[in-house]
Each structure stands twice: as structure tokens, then as C-alpha cells.
Design a protein around this ligand. Structure first.
Ligand SMILES: N[C@@H](CCC[C@H](N)C(=O)O)C(=O)O
Length: 361
């Protein structure tokens, strides 16, 4: 199939970490994209292409992944869409430059699920820094730039393996805004990631909530519209506010949560100067948790890797679980270990190709 769509570009001024929401489309500049080679995962329910009256969809000769990745047709930005448990990303081969090939405004357009490709973020594979193999940068779907992305870094590792034609077990050193991250592709195709040490010091998360345990915020009261939530604040390079429920309340039943209503109130709460990701957690057993997430800059997503790591750290600090846990997310489970020996958090989970495409910006 090839798909051609016309989209206008947003020209709003951009600063890092600021959300970008297009207010209108102009007809002066257009964005065209085409799907080069859908693979079998096209039939998955999370894959959607919205065909409006301005879109043209036509059948074409199929091509192999290799021929797609070898194509260097000028004027096109090639991408591969991946997902990690339904947390989906547009991966861009940016190995030849330290400047992202897509601007934050363009990322907002590309991530749009009705008028664009549809994704929770755009990820750039860039040259390494300070001796690392590669650098990873990411724009959220609102155009803001986070420091790290757990599901994204698993996709990143699979993307690099595909670009470099690597098969089997491989690990890479990746420079991110959260420091050094080391994903390892296992023989079963899953990716195990050394996510580094969690940051618990309140000022570094960052949160304005007063520290109540060493220098960290553990099971502290956070007033959200008059409701006293109990929260633990953890940074995995990016900020997370983890809650297991309200003061005096029962164990959370996360399926019953009105996430779209309460999520933004946590994200933009005055106690979080850099905004925050928020995880709402149900305790199933001492080694099994279930969570839903409201992501900073992306809203409700099907999974959040850094979020699942933060959840296990918070669960251990609050005395709910052991250090090895299965964390169920709407898109599926992640295995998380907060290792006592080195204080690092390890995350294991899948990363899959959704489709390959090209776009003119
Ligand atoms: N989904 C990601 C996190 C992406 C960044 C986040 N929205 C933020 O702004 O910090 C993950 O899997 O970790």
C-alpha cells in the first residue's frame, strides 16, 4: 500500500518541555507520507490510518524490510513505527546528525492519530556522546522533550539492530537525558534494559512536596481537588508520581478510575515544577502489580516503561512488594527488578515493528 496525506505544519514557537497543541491547520505547507511496506501487524487493533477526503490510499508492489531500509530516496524522511506494549513511537534514523530531523511542531503533526501517522512520540537514533554507541532523543506527542522513555529505548534497540543488520543477542550503550542506559536484546527477542538508579531526592525528581523519608517523598499526602492522595515521587530520569490510593481509602481498583479526568490534575499540579507522569497502582500480590498511567505530554498511554520501574521502586519503599515484580499495564506485562546489589532498575519486555513508511515534511 502507499498512502499519501496532506497535512499542514504548525509554526508556533517552541521551547523544550512545553506542550504544543496545534490550534488550526493552514494550507500553505503540506506534509505528505506514504506507507511503504505494512507487515502482518497491520491487522493489530492499535494500528490505525485515518483516511480523510484529502488522503489517497492505493495498492502497490510490496517490498522487503531490507529494501525499505536501503532506500535513500531524497526528499523523504524514512521512519519505522514500533510499539512496546502498545506505547507507540515513530523511529527516525538520525545517525548522521545530532540535530533531530523533525521539529517539535512536526512531531505533533506526525503523532496525531487522525491527521498523522499516530504515535505517543517520535524517537531519534543519533550519534553517541562520551564514548556511548548511540544517543536517543524523544519528543512527546505534545512536542515537549522528556529525558527518557523506557518502552522507547526497547524499540530503539530493535531499530538499531535492524539498521545495522544485527541478529540475536546484542547490547548497546545509549546516551539519554537520563544518563547512560543499556538495553540488551535477548535471544527470545525481548529487550532487557539496565535503567540505572532511581532518583529519590525530592528536589531532583523534581517535586515541591516536602521530603519525609531521608530526602525523599514517600507516601505523602497530595491534595488534588480536595482529595488526599498518598504519593511517592520517583525519577527514572523523568519525573513520576506513584499512588496506591487515597488516605484512608481501599486498595485502588484501577479499572474504575476516571483517568482522563484526574490525570491532567496530577500532571499539572503545582507540586510538580516540570509536570509529572502519574501511575495509579493496584496491588495484586507482593510480586504482582497492575497500573494505569497518565503520561506527561502524551496523556493516557497503553504502557510506560519508566513508569513501571518507578512503580516497583515506590512499592518497595512503601513496603507493598518484593524487588522483583510483574507489572500489568493496559498493553501487557513488564518484568521489573530493583536490584539490591547495584541499586539499578532492570526492565524486560517486548518491542515490535508496526510498519515502515516515508514522509515529506
Ligand atoms: N512512555 C515512556 C515515557 C515517555 C516520556 C514521558 N511522557 C515524559 O514526559 O516523561 C516510557 O515508556 O517510559
Amino acid at each position: 500500500m502507499t498512502i499519501a496525506a496532506k497535512l499542514s505544519l504548525c509554526h508556533a514557537p517552541v521551547t523544550r518541555r512545553q506542550p504544543l497543541r496545534p490550534s488550526s491547520f493552514s494550507s500553505s505547507s503540506t506534509l505528505q507520507w506514504k506507507l511503504i511496506k505494512p507487515n502482518l501487524t497491520l491487522k493489530r487493533p492499535n494500528f490505525r490510518v485515518s483516511a480523510s477526503s484529502s488522503m489517497k490510499i492505493e495498492a502497490t508492489e510490496s517490498s522487503s524490510r531490507t529494501s525499505f531500509l536501503d532506500r535513500r530516496e531524497s526528499g523523504f524522511l524514512h521512519f519505522v513505527k514500533y510499539h512496546g506494549l502498545g506505547n507507540d513511537f515513530i523511529l527516525v534514523d538520525n545517525r548522521d546528525s545530532s540535530k533531530p530531523k523533525v521539529t517539535p511542531e512536526q512531531a505533533v503533526k506526525l503523532c496525531d492519530r487522525n491527521f498523522g501517522i499516530g504515535a505517543d512520540g517520535v524517537i531519534f537514533a543519533m550519534p553517541g556522546i562520551n564514548g556511548t554507541d548511540y544517543s536517543m532523543r524523544i519528543f512527546n506527542s505534545d512536542g515537549s522533550e522528556p529525558e527518557m522513555c523506557g518502552n522507547g529505548v526497547r524499540c530503539f534497540a530493535r531499530f538499531i539492530a535492524e539498521l545495522e543488520s544485527l541478529h540475536g543477542n546484542h547490547s548497546f550503550t545509549i546516551h539519554t537525558g537520563a544518563g547512560l542506559i543499556v538495553p540488551e536484546i535477548q535471544d527470545d527477542g525481548k529487550v532487557k534494559v539496565d535503567m540505572g538508579e532511581p532518583v529519590l531526592k525530592a528536589s531532583e525528581v523534581p517535586t515541591r512536596l516536602p521530603a519525609n523519608k531521608d530526602q525523599s517523598v514517600v507516601k505523602s499526602e497530595l491534595d488534588v481537588d480536595g482529595v488526599p492522595w498518598l504519593v511517592t515521587c520517583v525519577s527514572m530520569g523523568n519525573p513520576h508520581c506513584v499512588t496506591f490510593g487515597t488516605k484512608g481509602g481501599q486498595n485502588l481498583q484501577v479499572d474504575a478510575l476516571k483517568l482522563a479526568e484526574i490525570g491532567p490534575k496530577f500532571e499539572n499540579h503545582a507540586m510538580f515544577p516540570a509536570r509529572t507522569n502519574t501511575e495509579f497502582v493496584e496491588i495484586i500480590s507482593p510480586s504482582h502489580l497492575k497500573m494505569r498511567v497518565w503520561e506527561r505530554g502524551a496523556g493516557a498511554t497503553l504502557a510506560c516503561g519508566t513508569g513501571a520501574c518507578a512503580v516497583v521502586v515506590a512499592a518497595v519503599l512503601e513496603g507493598h512488594t518484593e524487588r522483583n515484580c510483574t507489572v500489568d499495564l493496559p498493553g501487557g506485562p513488564l518484568e521489573i527488578e530493583w536490584r539490591e546489589a547495584d541499586n539499578h532498575v532492570y526492565m524486560t519486555g517486548p518491542a515490535e515493528v508496526v510498519f515502515y513508511g516515508s514522509v515529506t515534511l
